[in-house]
Design a protein around this ligand. Sequence first.
Ligand SMILES: Nc1nc2c(c(=O)[nH]1)N[C@H]1C(S)=C(S)[C@@H](COP(=O)(O)O)O[C@H]1N2
Ligand SMILES: [Mo]
Length: 376
Amino acid sequence: MRIPQPPQVSSPRRDARVTARVGRALGIAVGVCFVTGMISHLHQHPVGWLPLPPNPTWGYQVTQGAHVAFGIACVPLVLVKLFSVYPLLLQWPPVSGLKHALERLSVAVLVSCMLFEVTTGILNTVQWYPWSFFFPAAHYAVAWALVGSILLHLAVKADVIAAALRTSLDDARATPDDPVGLSRRGLLLATTGAVGAVTLVTIGQTLPGLGRLALLAPRRPDVGPQGLPVNRTATAAGVRDLAVADSWRLEVTGTNPLRLSRSDLSAMAQHEVALPIACVEGWSSTGRWGGVRLRDVLALAGVDPSADVTVRSLEPHGIYRSSHLTPAQADHPDTLLALRLNGSDLALDHGYPLRLIAPNRPGVLQTKWLMRIEAS
Ligand SMILES: Nc1nc2c(c(=O)[nH]1)N[C@H]1C(S)=C(S)[C@@H](COP(=O)(O)O)O[C@H]1N2
Ligand SMILES: [Mo]
């Protein structure tokens, strides 16, 4: 039988010194993604023993913006890291003993999880789901497998990594059998440039002022009705008729249950806050929201400030038609039932007749087209 040989791909750039340096950057990027991803998960699946505070009000904008930016930065890093080691991945014979088999298995898990996280994450930013699983659950579960396999990999390779990082890049240029002659230092510089470039053309989706550079970002934060993007229109949500009906009222449960029209709400004390919609997809955009404080409405309904609150939308189906607020979030002075955005009545697609806007909170929990508030 003819034994397949690994391709002839020796190159001064395929070297543990390159792999370890790119790996270090990748490890940092994955670390940021993991921590910020867990924060996002905790926002969407709160646990009683670790309530997330409503301050700083821009918190989620920063953590989710970083999550997506560092995830995008992983793309060139993963590609260069795979380039620097792929002859090893094609090694023949594939295993030479139990220890080697386990090591290769852990690398296989690591590479698959890494590719899965980066691919699904980026497809989520463009809202393309060519699969049947539920993205947030799968992305979350695989994050643990990824971090586990990275820790194992670091433990197994600790000596090699430490030695490679200690050794200078030894920047020899072209050799007779390597006419391209890009040095190892050159490759690392090009990788840094690629990370910088992909960041520059996407970060404007969340960093104010860089919107014009956001050529590859799926969203420009200033494009949309009232100067803000829309996620899920009133038509898509099936609320067009209900939202504009004269019979619309906001129901509030409590010892003094309420049924409030838009004019009732407009007659209450009005407040204005500047808060971002910070979408899990990585874009964010700040608006000036006007309306009544949720805590004022709750007080009017006789709800205790220590109550948990659920807000419900007119939307008949869909997993984002209600959201939950902790007592601290519900009682925060910036938490509004918004009637207005950037100086005019809310556009239908931004949640008319009434929406929730609250500090340090994922966009998906800023429920639009409200109809009911329940305290428990
Ligand atoms: N009822 C309802 N509210 C919702 C959604 C939804 O699908 N249904 N989408 C959420 C998501 S994912 C985001 S990012 C924000 C977007 O708000 P905007 O369209 O006003 O920018 O609304 C949130 N509120
Ligand atoms: Mo969102």
